[in-house]
Write a protein that binds this ligand. Structure first.
Ligand SMILES: CCCCCCCC(=O)SCCNC(=O)CCNC(=O)[C@H](O)C(C)(C)COP(=O)(O)OP(=O)(O)OC[C@H]1O[C@@H](n2cnc3c(N)ncnc32)[C@H](O)[C@@H]1OP(=O)(O)O
Length: 270
Protein backbone atom coordinates (compact mmCIF):
# COMPACT_ATOMS: atom_id res chain seq x y z
CA UNK A 1 0.00 0.00 0.00
CA UNK A 2 1.41 3.41 -0.97
CA UNK A 3 2.28 6.03 1.61
CA UNK A 4 -0.57 8.23 0.36
CA UNK A 5 -3.15 5.40 0.60
CA UNK A 6 -1.98 4.63 4.16
CA UNK A 7 -2.45 8.27 5.11
CA UNK A 8 -5.86 8.43 3.47
CA UNK A 9 -7.01 5.25 5.25
CA UNK A 10 -5.72 6.63 8.53
CA UNK A 11 -7.89 9.74 7.95
CA UNK A 12 -10.95 7.62 7.37
CA UNK A 13 -10.31 5.27 10.27
CA UNK A 14 -9.52 8.07 12.64
CA UNK A 15 -13.07 9.29 13.05
CA UNK A 16 -15.18 6.40 11.80
CA UNK A 17 -18.07 6.54 9.40
CA UNK A 18 -20.61 7.97 11.84
CA UNK A 19 -18.44 10.91 12.82
CA UNK A 20 -17.63 11.50 9.19
CA UNK A 21 -21.30 11.85 8.23
CA UNK A 22 -21.94 14.03 11.28
CA UNK A 23 -18.92 16.05 10.35
CA UNK A 24 -20.26 16.66 6.85
CA UNK A 25 -22.17 19.67 8.12
CA UNK A 26 -19.01 21.12 9.61
CA UNK A 27 -17.15 20.31 6.41
CA UNK A 28 -19.95 21.90 4.42
CA UNK A 29 -19.72 25.07 6.48
CA UNK A 30 -15.96 25.05 5.93
CA UNK A 31 -16.60 24.44 2.24
CA UNK A 32 -18.88 27.42 1.78
CA UNK A 33 -16.64 29.58 3.96
CA UNK A 34 -13.53 28.43 2.14
CA UNK A 35 -15.10 28.68 -1.31
CA UNK A 36 -16.34 32.14 -0.60
CA UNK A 37 -13.18 33.51 0.91
CA UNK A 38 -11.04 31.89 -1.76
CA UNK A 39 -13.15 33.24 -4.57
CA UNK A 40 -13.23 36.69 -2.96
CA UNK A 41 -9.63 37.11 -1.98
CA UNK A 42 -7.99 35.54 -4.99
CA UNK A 43 -5.13 34.38 -2.88
CA UNK A 44 -3.04 31.35 -3.70
CA UNK A 45 -4.16 28.10 -2.06
CA UNK A 46 -4.98 28.63 1.58
CA UNK A 47 -3.19 26.98 4.45
CA UNK A 48 -4.85 23.66 5.07
CA UNK A 49 -6.86 23.10 8.25
CA UNK A 50 -7.92 19.44 8.23
CA UNK A 51 -11.21 18.79 10.00
CA UNK A 52 -9.83 15.62 11.57
CA UNK A 53 -8.24 16.54 14.88
CA UNK A 54 -6.32 13.26 15.06
CA UNK A 55 -4.22 14.16 12.04
CA UNK A 56 -1.23 15.93 13.41
CA UNK A 57 1.96 14.31 12.25
CA UNK A 58 4.33 16.35 10.14
CA UNK A 59 4.33 13.64 7.48
CA UNK A 60 0.54 13.69 7.25
CA UNK A 61 0.51 17.44 6.93
CA UNK A 62 3.03 17.18 4.12
CA UNK A 63 0.71 14.78 2.28
CA UNK A 64 -2.30 17.04 2.84
CA UNK A 65 -0.42 20.03 1.49
CA UNK A 66 0.50 17.99 -1.56
CA UNK A 67 -3.13 16.92 -2.01
CA UNK A 68 -4.35 20.50 -1.78
CA UNK A 69 -2.45 21.81 -4.77
CA UNK A 70 -4.84 21.21 -7.67
CA UNK A 71 -4.34 22.48 -11.23
CA UNK A 72 -5.76 25.94 -11.85
CA UNK A 73 -7.49 25.62 -15.23
CA UNK A 74 -7.92 29.37 -15.69
CA UNK A 75 -4.23 29.91 -16.50
CA UNK A 76 -3.08 30.12 -20.15
CA UNK A 77 -2.22 26.87 -21.92
CA UNK A 78 -0.94 25.92 -25.36
CA UNK A 79 -4.47 25.60 -26.83
CA UNK A 80 -5.32 29.25 -26.25
CA UNK A 81 -5.61 31.27 -29.46
CA UNK A 82 -4.47 34.85 -29.93
CA UNK A 83 -7.86 36.41 -28.99
CA UNK A 84 -8.05 34.37 -25.78
CA UNK A 85 -4.50 35.38 -24.79
CA UNK A 86 -5.00 39.04 -25.71
CA UNK A 87 -8.13 39.38 -23.59
CA UNK A 88 -6.57 37.40 -20.74
CA UNK A 89 -3.60 39.81 -20.75
CA UNK A 90 -5.95 42.79 -20.95
CA UNK A 91 -7.82 41.89 -17.75
CA UNK A 92 -4.91 40.23 -15.97
CA UNK A 93 -2.80 43.38 -16.35
CA UNK A 94 -5.50 45.22 -14.38
CA UNK A 95 -5.36 42.82 -11.44
CA UNK A 96 -2.16 44.33 -10.09
CA UNK A 97 -1.10 47.89 -10.87
CA UNK A 98 1.99 49.93 -10.11
CA UNK A 99 1.66 53.31 -8.40
CA UNK A 100 3.78 56.33 -9.39
CA UNK A 101 5.99 55.52 -6.41
CA UNK A 102 6.64 52.11 -7.95
CA UNK A 103 4.58 50.20 -5.40
CA UNK A 104 2.43 47.29 -6.52
CA UNK A 105 -1.21 47.24 -5.41
CA UNK A 106 -4.45 45.50 -6.30
CA UNK A 107 -6.13 46.82 -9.43
CA UNK A 108 -9.88 46.83 -10.16
CA UNK A 109 -10.04 43.24 -11.41
CA UNK A 110 -9.34 39.86 -9.80
CA UNK A 111 -8.75 36.64 -11.71
CA UNK A 112 -10.76 33.74 -10.31
CA UNK A 113 -8.94 30.43 -10.09
CA UNK A 114 -10.81 27.42 -11.45
CA UNK A 115 -10.41 23.79 -10.44
CA UNK A 116 -12.00 20.60 -11.70
CA UNK A 117 -13.98 20.32 -8.44
CA UNK A 118 -15.54 23.25 -6.57
CA UNK A 119 -14.77 21.39 -3.36
CA UNK A 120 -11.10 22.08 -3.95
CA UNK A 121 -11.76 25.76 -3.21
CA UNK A 122 -12.57 24.85 0.37
CA UNK A 123 -10.17 24.85 3.28
CA UNK A 124 -8.99 21.25 3.36
CA UNK A 125 -10.81 20.65 0.08
CA UNK A 126 -7.91 18.95 -1.67
CA UNK A 127 -8.08 15.89 0.55
CA UNK A 128 -11.87 16.02 1.01
CA UNK A 129 -12.43 15.82 -2.72
CA UNK A 130 -10.42 12.60 -2.77
CA UNK A 131 -12.60 11.11 -0.03
CA UNK A 132 -16.14 12.29 -0.92
CA UNK A 133 -17.39 11.02 -4.32
CA UNK A 134 -13.83 11.10 -5.56
CA UNK A 135 -14.73 10.63 -9.24
CA UNK A 136 -16.99 13.71 -9.34
CA UNK A 137 -15.78 16.54 -11.58
CA UNK A 138 -17.02 20.00 -12.45
CA UNK A 139 -18.79 19.55 -15.80
CA UNK A 140 -16.95 22.40 -17.55
CA UNK A 141 -13.53 21.13 -16.41
CA UNK A 142 -14.07 17.42 -16.91
CA UNK A 143 -12.46 16.99 -20.35
CA UNK A 144 -8.72 16.66 -20.01
CA UNK A 145 -7.63 17.43 -23.59
CA UNK A 146 -6.54 21.07 -23.70
CA UNK A 147 -8.69 23.22 -25.97
CA UNK A 148 -11.20 20.44 -26.74
CA UNK A 149 -14.17 21.84 -24.85
CA UNK A 150 -14.55 24.72 -22.40
CA UNK A 151 -11.45 26.95 -22.20
CA UNK A 152 -12.29 29.95 -20.06
CA UNK A 153 -11.04 32.38 -17.48
CA UNK A 154 -13.13 34.67 -15.27
CA UNK A 155 -12.35 38.04 -13.72
CA UNK A 156 -14.47 39.98 -11.22
CA UNK A 157 -14.64 43.69 -10.50
CA UNK A 158 -15.86 44.36 -6.96
CA UNK A 159 -16.50 48.08 -7.41
CA UNK A 160 -18.50 47.73 -10.63
CA UNK A 161 -20.05 44.44 -9.39
CA UNK A 162 -19.25 42.92 -12.78
CA UNK A 163 -17.78 39.62 -13.90
CA UNK A 164 -16.27 38.89 -17.29
CA UNK A 165 -15.39 35.56 -18.82
CA UNK A 166 -13.14 35.00 -21.83
CA UNK A 167 -14.38 31.77 -23.42
CA UNK A 168 -12.88 29.75 -26.26
CA UNK A 169 -15.26 27.04 -27.50
CA UNK A 170 -13.51 23.80 -28.48
CA UNK A 171 -14.39 21.25 -31.18
CA UNK A 172 -16.27 18.91 -28.79
CA UNK A 173 -18.94 21.57 -28.24
CA UNK A 174 -20.42 21.40 -31.74
CA UNK A 175 -24.17 21.82 -32.24
CA UNK A 176 -25.15 23.09 -35.70
CA UNK A 177 -22.26 22.23 -38.09
CA UNK A 178 -19.30 24.53 -37.37
CA UNK A 179 -21.06 26.28 -34.50
CA UNK A 180 -21.39 25.94 -30.74
CA UNK A 181 -24.21 23.84 -29.24
CA UNK A 182 -26.92 25.88 -27.48
CA UNK A 183 -26.62 23.66 -24.39
CA UNK A 184 -22.90 24.38 -24.20
CA UNK A 185 -23.63 28.11 -24.40
CA UNK A 186 -26.22 27.70 -21.62
CA UNK A 187 -23.63 25.83 -19.56
CA UNK A 188 -21.01 28.54 -19.77
CA UNK A 189 -23.64 31.21 -19.07
CA UNK A 190 -24.86 29.30 -15.98
CA UNK A 191 -21.26 28.90 -14.84
CA UNK A 192 -20.45 32.59 -15.23
CA UNK A 193 -23.70 33.88 -13.72
CA UNK A 194 -23.50 31.28 -10.92
CA UNK A 195 -19.91 32.15 -10.09
CA UNK A 196 -20.71 35.87 -10.16
CA UNK A 197 -23.76 35.38 -7.90
CA UNK A 198 -21.63 33.28 -5.52
CA UNK A 199 -19.03 36.04 -5.43
CA UNK A 200 -21.75 38.56 -4.57
CA UNK A 201 -23.92 36.51 -2.21
CA UNK A 202 -22.12 33.36 -1.05
CA UNK A 203 -23.29 29.83 -1.98
CA UNK A 204 -26.27 29.90 -4.39
CA UNK A 205 -28.11 27.65 -6.83
CA UNK A 206 -29.72 28.52 -10.15
CA UNK A 207 -33.52 28.60 -9.97
CA UNK A 208 -34.15 30.35 -13.26
CA UNK A 209 -32.14 30.89 -16.42
CA UNK A 210 -33.62 32.68 -19.44
CA UNK A 211 -31.62 32.78 -22.68
CA UNK A 212 -32.07 34.53 -26.02
CA UNK A 213 -29.81 33.21 -28.78
CA UNK A 214 -29.26 36.02 -31.29
CA UNK A 215 -26.35 34.94 -33.50
CA UNK A 216 -24.57 31.54 -33.66
CA UNK A 217 -21.07 31.30 -32.20
CA UNK A 218 -18.46 29.82 -34.60
CA UNK A 219 -16.75 26.74 -33.17
CA UNK A 220 -13.18 27.49 -32.08
CA UNK A 221 -13.83 31.20 -31.71
CA UNK A 222 -13.34 33.27 -28.56
CA UNK A 223 -16.20 35.27 -27.08
CA UNK A 224 -16.61 37.56 -24.11
CA UNK A 225 -19.30 37.06 -21.46
CA UNK A 226 -20.09 40.11 -19.33
CA UNK A 227 -22.24 39.56 -16.24
CA UNK A 228 -23.82 42.39 -14.20
CA UNK A 229 -25.75 42.48 -10.95
CA UNK A 230 -29.34 43.60 -11.56
CA UNK A 231 -30.61 43.47 -7.97
CA UNK A 232 -30.56 41.56 -4.70
CA UNK A 233 -33.75 40.79 -2.79
CA UNK A 234 -33.37 38.76 0.40
CA UNK A 235 -32.05 35.34 -0.64
CA UNK A 236 -32.43 36.16 -4.35
CA UNK A 237 -29.65 37.49 -6.58
CA UNK A 238 -30.67 38.63 -10.07
CA UNK A 239 -27.86 38.78 -12.62
CA UNK A 240 -27.74 39.13 -16.38
CA UNK A 241 -25.17 38.58 -19.05
CA UNK A 242 -24.31 39.30 -22.65
CA UNK A 243 -22.17 37.13 -24.90
CA UNK A 244 -20.38 39.19 -27.54
CA UNK A 245 -17.43 38.92 -29.89
CA UNK A 246 -14.07 39.92 -28.46
CA UNK A 247 -14.53 43.55 -29.53
CA UNK A 248 -17.87 43.73 -27.72
CA UNK A 249 -19.60 44.86 -30.90
CA UNK A 250 -21.48 41.75 -32.09
CA UNK A 251 -24.12 40.32 -29.75
CA UNK A 252 -24.37 36.51 -29.84
CA UNK A 253 -26.50 35.71 -26.79
CA UNK A 254 -28.12 37.43 -23.83
CA UNK A 255 -29.43 35.91 -20.63
CA UNK A 256 -30.85 36.61 -17.21
CA UNK A 257 -30.43 34.38 -14.17
CA UNK A 258 -32.02 34.12 -10.73
CA UNK A 259 -29.92 32.54 -8.01
CA UNK A 260 -31.14 31.66 -4.51
CA UNK A 261 -28.82 31.50 -1.54
CA UNK A 262 -28.57 27.99 -0.14
CA UNK A 263 -27.22 26.42 3.01
CA UNK A 264 -25.07 23.32 3.17
CA UNK A 265 -28.14 21.48 4.47
CA UNK A 266 -29.89 22.29 1.13
CA UNK A 267 -26.99 20.71 -0.76
CA UNK A 268 -26.83 17.60 1.42
CA UNK A 269 -30.61 17.00 1.55
CA UNK A 270 -30.98 17.27 -2.25
C1 LIG B 1 -18.17 27.11 -9.60
C2 LIG B 1 -19.14 26.72 -10.67
C3 LIG B 1 -20.48 27.44 -10.54
C4 LIG B 1 -21.48 26.69 -11.34
C5 LIG B 1 -22.87 27.27 -11.06
C6 LIG B 1 -23.89 26.28 -11.54
C7 LIG B 1 -25.16 26.55 -10.77
C8 LIG B 1 -26.12 25.43 -11.02
O1 LIG B 1 -26.22 24.96 -12.10
S1 LIG B 1 -27.07 24.89 -9.71
C9 LIG B 1 -27.88 23.44 -10.39
C10 LIG B 1 -29.26 23.73 -10.94
N1 LIG B 1 -30.14 24.22 -9.90
C11 LIG B 1 -30.78 23.40 -9.05
O2 LIG B 1 -30.66 22.19 -9.11
C12 LIG B 1 -31.64 24.07 -8.02
C13 LIG B 1 -32.93 23.27 -7.73
N2 LIG B 1 -33.77 24.05 -6.82
C14 LIG B 1 -33.70 23.88 -5.48
O3 LIG B 1 -33.03 22.98 -4.99
C15 LIG B 1 -34.51 24.81 -4.63
O4 LIG B 1 -35.34 25.61 -5.45
C16 LIG B 1 -33.59 25.76 -3.77
C17 LIG B 1 -32.90 24.94 -2.67
C18 LIG B 1 -32.54 26.45 -4.65
C19 LIG B 1 -34.47 26.84 -3.16
O5 LIG B 1 -35.48 26.21 -2.46
P1 LIG B 1 -36.04 26.89 -1.10
O6 LIG B 1 -34.92 27.08 -0.14
O7 LIG B 1 -37.22 26.08 -0.68
O8 LIG B 1 -36.46 28.33 -1.58
P2 LIG B 1 -37.88 28.83 -2.14
O9 LIG B 1 -38.65 29.35 -0.95
O10 LIG B 1 -38.55 27.83 -3.03
O11 LIG B 1 -37.41 30.05 -3.06
C20 LIG B 1 -36.77 31.19 -2.50
C21 LIG B 1 -37.26 32.40 -3.28
O12 LIG B 1 -36.92 32.21 -4.67
C22 LIG B 1 -38.10 32.26 -5.49
N3 LIG B 1 -37.98 31.27 -6.55
C23 LIG B 1 -37.62 29.97 -6.44
N4 LIG B 1 -37.62 29.39 -7.66
C24 LIG B 1 -37.95 30.35 -8.55
C25 LIG B 1 -38.11 30.37 -9.96
N5 LIG B 1 -37.89 29.30 -10.72
N6 LIG B 1 -38.48 31.54 -10.54
C26 LIG B 1 -38.68 32.66 -9.80
N7 LIG B 1 -38.55 32.70 -8.45
C27 LIG B 1 -38.20 31.55 -7.84
C28 LIG B 1 -39.24 31.89 -4.53
O13 LIG B 1 -40.48 32.43 -5.00
C29 LIG B 1 -38.78 32.57 -3.25
O14 LIG B 1 -39.02 33.98 -3.35
P3 LIG B 1 -39.47 34.83 -2.05
O15 LIG B 1 -38.32 34.71 -1.06
O16 LIG B 1 -39.65 36.21 -2.59
O17 LIG B 1 -40.74 34.19 -1.55
Amino acid sequence: MSFYRRQQRRCQNAQGAQKMVGGMFQIGREMSKGFNSSIRQQLPRQTLHPPWSSINSVRTMAVLQWCSNPRDFSLPNSSWGSDMRRLYEHFNSQCEIETEAGEKKWGPWRRLPSYNRSLKYATGGGILSKVIQSKARLFTRSIKEKGAAFEYVMFVNKVEQKCVCVFQAGHLLEGPPGHVHGGAIATIIDTVLGTHATYLSGPVMTVNLSINYRRPIPLGSTVLLTSSLDKKEGRKTFVSCQVTDTEGSKLHTEATGLFVSVTVENLLRG
